[in-house]
Design a protein around this ligand. Structure first.
Ligand code: F3S
Length: 424
C-alpha cells in the first residue's frame, strides 16, 4: 500500500507501540483487500470492551486488559497499552445489558470484568453509547464523510440515509482506525461500488414500519450484497421506518448500501442511482411479494401461545417507546408472557423523564439497554415462542436460540403481550 509520511511515522512507532501495531494491522488488512492506500476518517464506531468469559480467562492468563486489547482488538501478540483515540469514536451494543445480569444469564464476575474494560474504553476517549443506533445519540456523520463503522444495520443506515461512506468493518479494523484515523480505501469509500445495479418498482404502498421491514427482508433476500435502487414510494419514510428497512435488508441479505429514489442523498433520480448505467435487472414488489414475505417470516411459528414479546430491534427510538406506552395504557402484560423493550441508555433516560417508562413498567413491561435478545442470547426463562415487530430479530431468534418467532406490527405484538396469544 502507498503510505503517506504521516502513516509511515505511525507505522514506525512515532506515536507509540499501540499505534504502530494498529498501522501494521491496517496495512495487512488493506493489502488483503487490494486497497492501494488509506482514507482519513474522523468517525469510528466499533467494539472495544471485553464481555466474555473467554476474554476474562485470557486476561487472567496473559496479563490483564492490555493483553485482551492487544490480542482481540489489534491482533497483536505483543502486549501494548491502548492510548487515547485519535478521532471521534463511539461504542456499539454489548453482548448483554450490564444493569440486569440475572436476566442476561451473566455472572456478577463477568459484569465486573466488563465494567473494568468500560473504564478503560472511556479513558481512551471512546463514547460509551452502547447501541446499534449511534445516529440516534448524536453520532450523525455528514454527507460524503469517510467513516469506519461496524454493525450491519448502522452501516447500511449511514451509507444510504446519510450518504456517509463506510464498509462493514470489524472489531479489529475499527479499533485500529480509532488509534490512527485511517481505514483502507476500498469498497463503499469509492463512487463506483455505491451505484445501484438492481432495480425495484414498487407496486404496493409501503407505509408502516411493518411494510418497510417486509420490503427490506424481501429485497435483501433477492439482491444479497449488491446495491439496489427502489422507486415508486407513496410516502416518504422516517427514521424508524428506514432503520427497520435497512436492518431487515442486511439480515436476509448483505445489503450495505441502497437507494430510495427521491429520498436517499445519492438518488435524486433513478438514473442518478445507477450512475447513468442500465440496471442489470428490475423486479416488481407488489402485494403478492409482500404477502409471501410475511408468510416466510412467520413460517417458523405454529404455537399461538406467546411466551415473550421483544421490541426494539434496531434499538427503539423515543417515539417508538411512546407508541408502545400508548398501546399499553390501561392494559397489563399477561401473567404467562413477558414484554422486554430494548433501547440505548440515553433514550431510556428520556423515556423515564417523559413518563413512557412508567406506563410500560406499570403494565408489566421492562426496558433494557445496551444489547438485545439476539446479541445477548437472553430471553425470559422458559421462552419457546417469541413475537416481535422486527424482521431482523424474527430472522435471527429462530436460528440462534431455536425459538418460534411471530413477526407483525407493534400493535399486534403488544396485543400478544397482553393476551399471551398471537391473534394476528
Ligand atoms: Fe440492534 Fe440487536 Fe437488532 S444489536 S439491530 S437490536 S439484532
Amino acid at each position: 500500500m502507498r503510505l503517506s509520511d504521516e502513516e509511515k511515522a505511525m507505522r514506525d512507532g512515532r506515536d507509540g507501540a499501540a499505534v504502530a501495531r494498529a498501522m501494521d494491522l491496517l496495512i495487512r488488512y488493506g493489502e488483503a483487500l487490494g486497497a492501494e492506500d488509506f482514507v482519513e476518517t474522523r468517525n469510528v464506531c466499533g467494539t472495544v470492551t471485553a464481555t466474555t468469559p473467554f476474554m476474562r480467562d485470557f486476561a487472567v492468563r496473559q496479563g490483564g486488559l492490555d493483553a485482551v486489547f492487544s490480542e482481540f482488538n489489534l491482533d497483536s501478540a505483543e502486549i501494548v497499552t491502548p492510548p487515547r483515540v485519535k478521532v471521534f469514536a463511539s461504542h456499539l451494543q454489548l453482548g448483554f445489558d450490564p444493569h440486569h445480569p440475572a436476566e442476561m444469564g451473566v455472572s456478577e464476575e463477568i459484569v465486573q470484568f466488563y465494567r473494568r474494560s468500560e473504564t478503560m474504553a472511556a479513558r481512551m476517549g471512546v463514547q460509551m453509547m452502547n447501541t446499534c443506533t449511534p445516529y440516534q445519540l448524536g453520532n450523525v456523520p455528514v454527507f460524503g464523510e469517510h467513516c469506519a463503522w461496524m454493525e450491519s444495520s448502522a452501516v447500511v443506515y449511514i451509507n444510504s440515509v446519510l450518504g456517509a461512506r463506510t464498509n462493514a468493518e470489524g472489531r479489529e479494523s475499527t479499533s485500529a482506525a480509532m488509534l490512527t484515523g485511517r481505514i483502507p480505501n476500498w469498497g463503499y469509500h469509492h463512487d463506483g461500488p455505491r451505484r445501484a445495479t438492481q432495480g425495484v418498482e414498487l407496486a404496493t404502498p409501503v407505509e408502516t414500519v411493518e411494510d418497510w421491514g417486509l420490503l427490506g427482508y424481501w429485497l435483501g433476500d433477492w439482491v444479497q450484497d449488491r446495491v439496489p435502487a427502489v422507486r415508486g414510494l407513496t410516502r416518504r419514510p422516517d427514521l424508524p421506518r428506514l432503520k427497520h428497512f435497512g436492518a431487515a435488508a442486511s439480515s436476509s441479505g448483505g445489503i450495505e448500501m441502497y437507494h430510495l429514489v427521491g429520498v436517499t442523498p445519492e438518488a435524486p433520480t433513478w438514473e442518478a442511482a445507477f450512475g447513468g448505467r442500465a440496471p442489470q435487472e428490475v423486479r416488481r414488489y407488489g402485494a403478492a411479494e409482500r404477502a409471501a414475505t410475511l408468510e416466510r417470516l412467520n413460517a417458523m411459528a405454529s404455537d399461538r401461545k406467546v411466551d415473550y414479546v421483544m421490541l426494539g430491534c434496531p434499538h427503539y427510538t423515543i417515539e417508538q417507546i411512546g407508541e408502545a406506552a400508548a398501546l399499553l395504557e390501561g392494559r397489563h402484560v399477561h401473567a404467562d408472557c413477558a414484554l422486554w423493550l430494548w433501547t440505548p441508555r440515553a433514550i431510556k433516560d428520556l423515556s423515564v423523564r417523559n413518563g413512557s417508562a412508567a406506563v410500560i413498567e406499570a403494565a408489566g413491561g421492562r426496558i433494557f439497554t445496551d444489547s438485545c435478545s439476539a446479541m445477548s442470547r437472553a430471553v425470559p426463562a422458559g421462552t419457546k415462542v417469541v413475537a416481535c415487530d422486527s424482521a431482523k430479530q424474527a430472522h435471527y431468534l429462530p436460528a440462534i436460540l431455536g425459538l418460534q418467532a411471530w413477526f407483525g406490527t407493534t400493535s399486534q405484538c403488544i396485543d400478544a403481550a397482553c393476551t399471551g396469544t398471537w391473534r394476528a
